[in-house]
Every structure is written in C-alpha cells, then in structure tokens.
Ligand binder design. Sequence first.
Ligand code: GFB
Length: 310
Amino acid sequence: METNTKIFIAGHRGMVGSAIHRKLLQEGFQNLIVRNSRELDLRNSIEVEAFFRAEQPEYVFLAAAKVGGIMANNTYRADFLYENLMIQNNVIHCAWKYGVKKLLFLGSSCIYPKLAPQPLKEEYLLTGLLEPTNEPYAIAKIAGIKMCDAYRAQYGCNFISAMPTNLYGPNDNYDLEKSHVLPALIRKFHEAKRQQLPEVVLWGSGTPLREFLHVDDLADACFHLMQTYNEAGLVNVGVGHDLSIKDLALLIRDVVGYQGAIVHDLSKPDGTPRKLMDVAKLTAVGWQAKIGLEEGIRRVYAQLGNETWF
Ligand code: GFB
C-alpha cells in the first residue's frame, strides 16, 4: 500500500474500524474512503454494488459487523446471523467483482469450539461444537473466513482473515445490556463509586478466563498483516495471556478507585470457560501486542469524558 492507495474502511465508526482509520491517518494515508451506515447500508447488495462500481477501492478493511457482548449475542440471534452474513457477503463478493487487490476480513475468537484445547491454534477451527450463546455470530464469522478462502482458491483473490480476541478501547459500547464485559465493568464501577453504592453486580461466576487486546494494538496488527500476510486461512490476534473475569473486575475496581463489594448474578451465563489465543503464527510474521491491560484500561478510563453516562 502506498500513501495514495485508495483504501475502503468498512465500519469506520465502530471501535475496530475507527482504530484502523486512526492508524492509517497516522501512517500518512490520504486516500481513505469511509461511509456511515446512513450513506451506505452494507446489508443492501444493490447499494454495496453501486458503491464499489463508483469508488473502485484497491484495498478493503472489512471491520463492519453487528457485535455485542454475551447477552446481546444470545438475545438477538437472528440479527447477528443475518446482518453479519449480509454485510460480509456483499463486501467480499464486490471486492472480487470490482478487482480489489487485497481485503482483510475481521472475525472473532468465538469461532473456535467451546471446549477446544488451549491456547487456541488456528487449526482448531471446525473441530467441535460452538459455544451456544454466540453460535449465530460465530457461524457468520466462520462463513466469512471460508468466503475469503473460497474466493482465493477459485478466483485468486488476496483475501485474508484476522481473528482478534476480546477487544476494548475508544468508541466501545457502554450499554449495560449489550456491551462486552470490560466496558460494562468500567461503567458499573464508575457509577457505583459516584453514587456510593455498596456493591457491584458481576454476571456469572467470575471464573471464565478471557484475554483482552487494546483496539489500537489490533489496528497495528491489521496494518502489519495487510502489508506482510498473503495466505489462506486465519491468523489469531491476541496478547497470549488471559485472566479470570473476577480478576478483571478487581483490576477495574482498582483503576476506578471503588471500595465496595463485588457480588455475582448467577442467573446470567458464563459463556465459554476459556478462549486464549495461540499467537505463534502472528509472532512468526513479526508482530506482538504492546499495550498492557492495566495501562490500556487506565487509558480508556481517562478518555471517557464524552460518554453521556460518565
Ligand atoms: O465480554 P462478554 O460479554 O462476552 O462476557 P464473551 C465475558 C464474561 O464476562 C462472561 C462475564 O462470562 C460474562 O458472564 N460478565 C460479568 C459480564 N459481568 C458482566 C457484565 O456486566 N457484562 C458482560 N457483558 N459480561 C462474546 C461473544 O463472548 O465475546 C461474542 O458473545 C464475541 O460473540 C465477543 O466473540 C468477543 O467473551 O463471553
């Protein structure tokens, strides 16, 4: 990619897309194409085709997706399957049809079987049953990986797939029903501190293990993969170590400076017991995460001034 290369960032208002947008601007790229969802509905094949015909992007970062935490995935099962399939089908197909030189598709660590050996190696894909709470989302993301590989095999397209672990960072979703655990806990501890509440409620047992990657690290990894990686299959993007949800809660409680208790709502699901990425493949192509979890949480907490609930 040259700094005048025409690059489409699909989903540039989301947490991942906005981080990729910032990264490309920092690197001096000047020919970035972005559309918000009112200007271009990526679920609509007619609109997507008209956009590709008119703009003819050379590179595509496919970061547009319907995403959410464990309850959102479990509640809006049809929407997660339908919307994600439509977005990725339209964008990947048009990327082939209009001669895109390279496309990077973003998935998620939930594509791996619920009880796969840990850490998760790329070859464990499709070796077992999925975690039920996010099966529709995972099925859509697996279809996206297979689409990239199928267009590569049949048509020679250079379409690659990156699978990030659980993410956090600027432009995250803080809606307590729909968000992921890390932003939800920042908000819960902050509100409990401000309102001097005696306790904060954690969903589930607190024992599931999760790995967390700052989205600026992910954007850096995507930029690196776009320049260096040209093969079929998927590449994990993670930090290579994890912690329990309870330990995450204790860390966030410290960062926020809340002194109260933590209690559990066992009516809420735990989800997958563990999903730690094996990052050997990514390390072998010369990339590793730089932002530590505590530093990342401090950075995020310091930047929340514009959130209405803050
Ligand atoms: O981040 P999270 O919603 O999603 O939840 P997953 C992770 C763990 O944190 C679960 C617990 O065990 C939750 O029960 N948890 C504790 C909480 N308190 C809370 C809370 O207040 N809010 C939330 N949201 N969780 C998602 C998948 O799985 O991860 C997606 O559903 C996607 O498909 C995404 O892969 C990265 O890590 O369980």
